[in-house]
Design a binder for this molecule. Sequence first.
Ligand code: SF4
Length: 700
Amino acid sequence: VALKPAKKVDSTCPYCGVGCQLTFNVADDQILSVDGKAGPANLNRLCVKGRFGFDYARHPERLTQPLVRRDDAPKRADDADRIDPANPLTHFRIASWEEALERAAGGLRTIRDRDGGGALAGFGSAKGSNEEAYLFQKLVRTGFGTNNVDHCTRLCHASSVAALIEGIGSGAVTAPVQAVLDAEVALVIGANPAVNHPVAATFIKQAVRQRGLKLIVADPRGQALDRFASHSLRIKGGSDVALLSGMLCTIVEEGLVDEDYVRQHVDGHEAFAESVRQFTPEAMAPLCGIPAETIREVARLFAKSRASIVFWGMGISQHVHGTDNSRCLIALCLLTGQVGRAGTGLHPLRGQNNVQGASDAGLIPMVFPDYQRVDGGARALFEEAWGQSLDATPGLTVVEIMHAMEEGRIKGLYVMGENPAMSDPDLAHARAALAKLEHLVVQDIFLTETAAYADVVLPASAFPEKTGTFTNTDRRIQLGRQAIDPPGEARQDLWLVEELAIRLGLPWQHRTPAAVFGEMAGLMPSLAGINWDRLERDGSVTYPLDPLTGEGQAVIFGDAFPTPSGRGRVVPVSLVPPDEPPDGEYPLLLTTGRVLEHWHTGAMTRRAGALDALEPEPFVALSPKELDRLGLPRGGMVEVSTRRGSIRLQARPDRDVAPGNLFIPFCFREAAANLLTNPALDPYGKIPEFKLCAARVSVP
Ligand code: SF4
């Protein structure tokens, strides 16, 4: 008998940063269906993940009881492969909450008291709420005594944020997605919104169809937005600086700089202009694969338009030159005055639904909440608020923490909702590092590949099982509301963080998400004027509020930037080649990314029935010509190898992939793409070069 919905609960989609609002139709403690809600970011629209991606919450593999590692199950580097998430009792035993929490905290306490806080680290998650992120980083800084706390922003937009803070004093977007409806020109570069931000893509298409938007798409891979583009630039992998520098050179040489705007708002422009003169379109054309005249044409289009906006994604940020890529985009907008007005701006498309909020809340090793440096004057403010002295040394980032684990400098790790055994580059190294830990506590909803290495596994709550705030890519703070209960003995993440804090000697008391948000608002200037009652009432509030009207400001930095001088800065860039270009041994270029149906490492969407049915198997996409040239079977099994490892998966012909390139989604645990990827880091954002490495393909 089909159940009828007994209640409707308004909430927010847990997947991408678009932040679509939705309504759960619930009966018998189950989500029966989902409707799109008229939220400001989605106007009733949902993509396939938001519509069909929630039955993971009742999947039989959900963790429902605390687990501790059995004494006869030593950790090994291949635990991610040898432990079946459906049958964890081969390596774990069920424990009471009291035993699990005491073991979890006791191991961390022992290391802290013996080796100091620097021997501990914590990975929070951009899937969690703002309140969870805030309490998690507070626990690491106060209970562990270290700033070694980070999350997946390090693997997605760390280089963008480094460049944005340097250039305009803020890592957040200057304008929302829907600003594209007011734009005359949009540049979408290193992003595939139709797959990764599908509802955002619908607004870009709408702007083309209804408002005459000129759309420039620049990416090595073809994509659905190409059909809407006035210019579809299939650039060579890793050549973003070449393309953008050619555009910037054109703008400088042809007098397209907005001199009035630059005089009033921009520093460093003279040195920058001098530095880009060498990057003529003719010199850049062979590097990026785009004709010089086309580079000039799109530069003129962008600079001369009434309003131009830039959207970018991981194709810009995940490079050893990721920060330089973003510096170019910032320069493009600042030199042409395309920021701070309707239809203009800089918009790094955020990946996870709360990567903006988790970063704002301080899940970053070098800054407290609201990007206040741990080695600056703000420390005294946090010491007073949190009632103890704090470490003044910036902590280690995600990949640095993995190195420190392998070297034995970090001995204990607490992971809330992250999955570094799938998401880090060079997974063999990352997994070996996890296996070396003296003590690993993992808090999650499934026995993830990372939880396979844990000493203690704490069963946590899925997104529809808890209430909290989430900040989308537009800087909108939105409420996610509890619709169903956690299964079995699984608990709320906020409760778990607080239980560990208490056992680490902190005088914390259990508080509601509303109370935690109140504490955050008192310490974060960006939240000035925003309170829980308003969030309950409006469901969505954009920060910062206008101090005069009290309304959220969608487009910011019209008058000044939040830098000490109030001015932006353009910074010269270099042409840096990929860290690992193809060669005779590994002649192909491998890039990784996502597919529409699956989210990141697949822990949730691979367990959502409809989504997994749509895209059930790992594959490598190659151009049909490349498949034929290499004599590979279409649809057959192939082996892809790099200097770090090999995986076997299906070969899929795909005309969107350029000859000489390979594309592999990173969501499939059976053929984990990150066993192959290169851990080389951008020197500023410390982000790995996921987007390019040398590879070869063969028939196994
Ligand atoms: Fe969810 Fe993003 Fe899809 Fe919206 S576009 S429904 S936020 S995954």
